[in-house]
Design a protein around this ligand. Sequence first.
Ligand code: ZN
Length: 290
Amino acid sequence: MRRAAVFACCAAGAVALAGVAGGSFGTGGPALAAGRDADFALAGELTQGGWARGRVPAGAAALTLDGQPVTVAPDGAFLLAFDRDAARTATLAARLADGSVLTRRLAVSPRAWKIEHIPLGPKPGTPPSEAFRIRREAELAQIRAARAIDGHGGGWRQPFIWPAHGRVSGLFGSQRIYNGTPGAYHSGTDIATGAAGTPFVAPADGVVILAARSPFTLEGNLLMIDHGMGLNSAFLHCSQILVRQGETVKQGQVIGRIGMTGRATGPHLHWSIKWHDARLDPLLFTGPMR
Ligand SMILES: [Zn+2]
């Protein structure tokens, strides 16, 4: 769900601004000479599953991305991000106090996801029981409630670090297609460290918005951290959660232990990141593991 707003910032990272059209003006005020570039100071990964931070032009009163409001921090910084299946272009628009609008068309580069074709039909599953359905509904309600919390943290401004080091055993966005029928794509990055019990840390500052008291059916012991501006991390299958709901955590702080609770075939940390409803690729926040 969309919180109040808008995001912003400035960040490091390879900026994929190539192909970004020059700024154009909607209802240009007299002070805005035609052809003046709308300067959003964007930096980041303008690609599917990626993100960018920027800064609104002086005098901006509101910011939107494809018509959806984007929260702007008091210093003018904002964050925006692009779903795994985002369209190839997006439009950023800032409305100035005088009513004029600065827009910028963004080129969002497509990704080549790891797709596996399986020449068999989808595995026949047994229909979920009524008991499962009721339990699952309650779990999803907890997750929705957690995502609605805005911890007002500043983690969204930080370069992220890996929560654990190990083998990347599952890539964000990868997908199996069973005899032509696509299965759900993998929504996070999996990190396997061998045995269960390895501690993992917060990739950025944040506030704990969900610390499961008992394992969820699929996610197992689920831990969610809000990084501010609609950006949050989820950590699945934990053997142990070492922080409490509402607690503020710092980047690098140990927050849990890797496990295989919920639906997992071996101990690993599944780390997913969302910005509002957009599912993002954790690798684009951290860069390759060293
Ligand atoms: Zn996973």
